[in-house]
Ligand binder design. Structure first.
Ligand SMILES: [Zn+2]
Length: 208
């Protein structure tokens, strides 16, 4: 039995964290900070996210879609025994700008970045037992950004978070092919208003 839980992001842009689990193991997609200036009035503050997501954690892995702060900004909170994955160029970029961002702060993020593993476009990985993930490139203002095609508990799920005009026609064709049971998406534009988990095409969401 597959289960999708949106820890944060169903009614906002940024601060993203979505969980996909088998009941025994799970992946988390992104662990983002609230957009600058919004944390005070957010339904879930950044300081509350660790307890909400990792307070009763089972076996986990975290996959980052890209290196923008609203998708990866809480990375220092992730426990040491939780594997993290990100694109190879995105990791190199983090190696440069995380030390810069950390200047003057006591808690350094570079050791956490070095702990991140990398995935490759079009190459399947199995971050936790029972969940297979195929990273696919996404056009975005951050280099080396990805969406994920996921196989879990006999179901297929396309997790996407960017739906720009230039990008729209290609993935739409993929979606129409009906090879996935569920689509979960995060909006980057106001009209999408954050995450949605929705059936698409030959949906079998009730079985998930
Ligand atoms: Zn972004």
């Amino acid at each position: 039995m597959a289960d999708i839980m949106i820890h944060r992001g169903s009614s906002q842009i940024g601060g993203c964290c979505t969980q996909i689990s088998t009941g025994e193991s799970r992946i988390l997609i992104d662990f983002g900070a609230n957009l600058p200036g919004t944390d005070q009035n957010a339904g879930i503050k950044d300081s509350e996210m660790f307890q909400k997501v990792f307070g009763s954690a089972g076996k986990s892995a975290v996959l980052f879609t890209h290196y923008h702060g609203d998708h990866f900004g809480l990375f220092k909170e992730i426990p040491d025994d939780v594997p993290m994955y990100i694109g190879p160029m995105a990791k190199d970029i983090l190696r440069i700008f995380v030390p810069y961002m950390d200047s003057g702060t006591g808690r350094k993020g570079l050791p956490v970045v070095e702990r991140m593993r990398t995935y490759g476009a079009g190459k399947w990985i199995t971050p936790v037992s029972g969940i297979k993930v195929l990273p696919l490139y996404v056009d975005h203002s951050a280099l080396d950004s990805y969406m994920f095609y996921i196989r879990v508990s006999g179901k297929s799920l396309l997790y996407y978070w960017r739906f720009s005009g230039a990008w729209h026609r290609g993935p739409e064709g993929t979606l129409r092919a009906g090879t996935q049971d569920i689509c979960a998406r995060a909006g980057g534009y106001p009209d999408y208003r954050g995450y949605h988990a929705q059936p698409f095409g030959r949906s079998k969401e009730s079985a998930c």
